[in-house]
Design a protein around this ligand. Structure first.
Ligand SMILES: *Cc1c(COP(=O)(O)O)cnc(C)c1O
Length: 387
């Protein structure tokens, strides 16, 4: 059996968790391990501020609150994304305006964004699908022309870059996820990156139950008081300790994943050249992080058969994201601007293959072989039908 995902573990994590509990005796948020993770994230992304959160979802919620939305304000995002890209902004009071994706990267189509901007638009939320950067130069240009904020959903984009800049560090806010299905993990967790230091104080207040506890701890104020709305967005230092082990081995994890990714890419290239399947596309200037490897079947029916065939061979695969605009909540909270030319059609075709840190080369080869076998069998039946 080849699983779809195994949570990453390099081997140092449990020692760090033990250190947090037994040596530091600090297991609440913002302990020594959280501080190390903050510094690592700032140094590796160039963001002036990084704050750990309890999930990618709560990073998005913090970003949405920091956008200071008013009822009726609109946010532009792709429909092909995880539900919480949207719910974070719904909780903050926004209306959602969905825009189509590009079929090559499955990222929001930058050429279709500007037409969706109205007087009520306040923010654009690009999602870096599969850790492949959106066309950020165009998106930042649109934001500048219309005075909009940009919140990058970089949940899948840790240690990936666009024209040399880390995903998550380009827009006003960047949101990372350290869920067990992501490249680097702490079980459940995430981080918020902040570009403009003007937002730092408010971000710290929102993250600390609406209080100025951070300023108090730094000795900048002599009273610790309730300043404004907020919630509890700090993860335990035990979780940060686990993440610290992963971040220290980030280079190794990244290399390992990229090796599996390239092996899939190379192994499946003949099928793609024959036009049987579609493969991921990495635009010039994007360095990806092998967050996922997907293939595209001809259509939904073929994908369904392929998935069942692989399952019989003991290979677990996944598809995802029923487009949000066609979900019950998506219809209630938003609208699709323009035509759904690719979102539904391309999401129906996409199948994610097993991808995780430590995936064996033989297992990649076995998956590749199984995909070839499926299409070989399919060609045979097609020929019979034609005869
Ligand atoms: C995983 C993911 C999230 C949510 O992250 P959690 O840590 O699971 O809350 C949001 N957006 C995208 C695109 C994701 O892949």
């Amino acid at each position: 059996m080849i699983p779809f995902n195994i949570p990453p573990c390099v081997g140092t994590e449990l020692d760090y968790v033990r250190e947090a509990v037994e040596d530091n005796r600090k297991i609440c948020g913002d302990g020594p391990f959280s501080m190390r993770c903050h510094k690592w994230l700032q140094d590796s992304t160039g963001a002036q501020k990084a704050l750990l959160t309890t999930s990618g979802t709560t990073s998005l919620e913090m970003a949405a609150l920091l956008c200071d939305l008013q009822p009726g304000d609109e946010v532009i995002l792709p429909s092909y994304t995880f539900s919480t890209t949207a719910t974070a902004f719904v909780l903050a009071g926004a209306r959602l305006v969905f825009v189509d994706v590009r079929p090559d990267t499955m990222n929001i189509d930058e050429a279709k964004i500007e037409d969706a901007v109205t007087e009520r638009t306040r923010a654009i939320v690009p999602v870096h699908y599969a850790g492949v950067g959106c066309e950020m130069d165009s998106i930042m240009g649109i934001a500048r022309r219309h005075g909009l904020l940009v919140v990058e959903d970089a949940a899948q984009g840790v240690i990936a870059s666009y024209k040399g800049r880390s995903l998550g560090s380009i827009g006003d806010f960047g949101c990372y996820s350290f869920h067990e299905t992501k490249n680097y993990s702490m079980g459940e967790g995430g981080a918020l990156l902040i570009r403009n230091p003007e937002h730092n104080d408010r971000a710290e207040i929102i993250r600390e139950k609406g209080t100025n506890r951070q300023r108090f701890l730094r000795g900048q104020v002599d009273k610790y008081t309730w300043e404004e709305y907020g919630s509890s967005y700090l993860p335990s230092d035990m979780n940060a300790a686990y993440l610290w082990g992963q971040l220290q081995s980030a280079g190794e994890i990244n290399r390992d994943r990229l090796a599996s990714w390239s092996r899939y890419r190379h192994g499946l290239s003949d099928l793609a050249a024959d036009g049987r399947i579609g493969l991921p596309f990495i635009p010039d200037g994007c360095e990806h992080n092998a967050h996922m490897f997907y293939i595209k079947a001809a259509d939904l029916a073929e994908r369904t058969e392929l998935q069942a065939f692989l399952k019989e061979r003991g290979i677990a695969t996944a598809f995802h994201y029923v487009p949000l605009h066609s979900s019950p909540a998506g219809r209630r909270y938003g609208r699709f601007h323009g035509d759904d030319e690719f979102t539904t059609k391309e999401s129906d075709r996409l199948l994610r293959l097993p991808m995780y840190y430590g995936l064996a080369a033989e297992d990649v080869d076995a998956v590749v072989q199984a995909v070839y076998d499926f299409y070989a069998r399919r060609s045979a039946t097609t020929c019979e039908i034609q005869l």
